[in-house]
Structure formats: C-alpha cells, structure tokens
Design a protein around this ligand. Sequence first.
Ligand SMILES: C[S@@+](CC[C@H](N)C(=O)[O-])C[C@H]1O[C@@H](n2cnc3c(N)ncnc32)[C@H](O)[C@@H]1O
Length: 295
Amino acid sequence: MDPSIHSTAANLAIYDSPALAAHYANLNYLTPCEKEIFTLHLKPGMSILDLGVGGGRTTPYLSSLAGRYVGVDYAPAMVQVCREKFPRLRFEEADAADLSRFASGAFDAVVFSFNGLDVLAVEQRQRCLAECRRVLRSGGVFIFSSHNARAVLTRPSWDPERVRAYSRSLVGRKRSFYPWAVALVTGVKATFSTVRSAGESLVRMARRVPSQSFWRGEGYVLDPAHGGLLTHMWVPAKVIAEVERFQFKCIQVLGDDYPRKSGQFVTGWYYYVFAQCDEEGRLRPPDRPSPNSQQ
Ligand SMILES: C[S@@+](CC[C@H](N)C(=O)[O-])C[C@H]1O[C@@H](n2cnc3c(N)ncnc32)[C@H](O)[C@@H]1O
C-alpha cells in the first residue's frame, strides 16, 4: 500500500466523521504522562499551537495556561465540534504540513498529542516537521507523541480505586470483611486482566512481528483503531534522528505508560519534547515575542 495515497485521503475521511468527532469531543482528561510533560515544559503566558486538536481534549488545559492559544485540525468535523465547545477560542482548519497562515516564530510551543503525527504520509510528515520548526520561536518546544514500532506486549492493569469501591459495596456494613474482600476482588481482577492482556499480546504479535516496521524499527502499519488507520510507527532512536534533522534537539522522551517503567516491547507510544536549535545543534535562549506573532 502506498502510504502517501492512503494517509492523506483515507485517514482524513476517517477523522472527518461527525461520530468520531463527537467521540473525541467527549474526552476530557490528560494522561499522567501528558501532565508531567506539560508541567515541565509549558509555562503560563506561552503562545501555544495545538496541532491535530481533535475534539479539544487538551484545549482546557492548554488554553488556560496560554497567553495565546490556537487549535488546528485538518478534519472539518473536528474543527466544528471545537468551535461549538469553545466558542471564545480560535480554531483553524489546516493541514499540519502547511502552516503558512502562521508567521515564522509565532509560537512558543507546538503540541501534537495522541499520535496525530503518525497518520501523515512520509513527505507530509517531513513538511510538518519543517513547518513546526518554522512557526516556533528560538528555543521553542515541540511536544508530540508517536507509536512505538516494537510495542507487541500489553501489560495487565486494573484500577485499585475501583477494586476498593467494589469491595466496600460487597461487604456493606460488615467492615471486618473488607480486607478479605479487597484481596479476593484483586485476585479475580488480576487473573482476568492477565488472561486478557495475554490474548491482546498474541493478537498484536501476530499483526506486528511479521511487519517491516517491527524489524526495521520504522514503518507503516494498518492500525485497527477507528476502522483502520494507516499509522506510522517507529522506535525512539529513529524518531530522534529524523526530527533532529529539522534543527531540533531532543530534550525528553517519556513513555505514555508513565509513571510505570517503560519498556521497548510494552510501551505503546512515547511523548517527545524537542527544542528548536541552531544549525550546529545548539539550544538557543528563547527570543522575545516577535511583532508578527499574532498571526
Ligand atoms: C488521534 S486524534 C487526537 C486528537 C487530540 N489531539 C487529542 O489528543 O485528543 C488525531 C487528530 O489529528 C488530526 N490530524 C491528523 N493528521 C492531520 C494533519 N495532517 N493536519 C492536521 N490535523 C491532523 C486528526 O484529524 C485528529 O483530529
């Protein structure tokens, strides 16, 4: 399959569905990994471009922090739900590979969350990286997440708070049974979760291990998400090598499974933070806002 044809047309058709836009508009959380990364690298008053904004999941956090906030998406359905949900904020319909409506150096930070970068075709992704560099101010940060090409195992997980709540409802007033109930419910949950993740791992291994992306550490995979998105996946070393070609310096990589320890076969995707740097790869101190930064 030619990724340049598939991802520009078929992936956009998938995202430009009112049902999927409504799904994304209902998401209203940040992951622990995102909270950590945003807290460390985004400061109050920054000018922030929220690329591939989807249904505006990241909008409340980023817009409340930002001095200036713009959300961009190439799917009209996504832009429409954002405008309805946040009528006072600015949302634009544009391809991440063509940010020509924004002046050079217009933003302190560009955020492309939840692996939006992965659905771009090769040349489109490269134009997007060049555009992100251009619209960032010196020393500005580019934050995005991207799928790990070698993630073939899933780990069992359950929510201890839900286990405790369920155990409380089981024992009612017989509180002395509570510790036993917690142990029993945890045991049942752990067993189910282990069996489920073993099954998911087998399916994922069958799909990904034969693929070139697993062995080369980079490539396109047809991800069953949302009915079949052609998705680019790569290992951190490949991400860093490519993005640094566009005058960025990698300053942080964090597994989306944070605060759990990430692992090369279990971490589904990573968040990356790159700072704009000069041609020699030196980080430069942030400029003052440029006069044309309001575009
Ligand atoms: C997985 S969703 C994530 C949405 C949102 N960032 C979030 O975290 O909930 C990816 C989003 O990126 C958008 N997107 C994908 N390719 C794009 C492109 N070339 N230009 C602009 N937006 C794009 C899609 O339309 C979709 O809304």
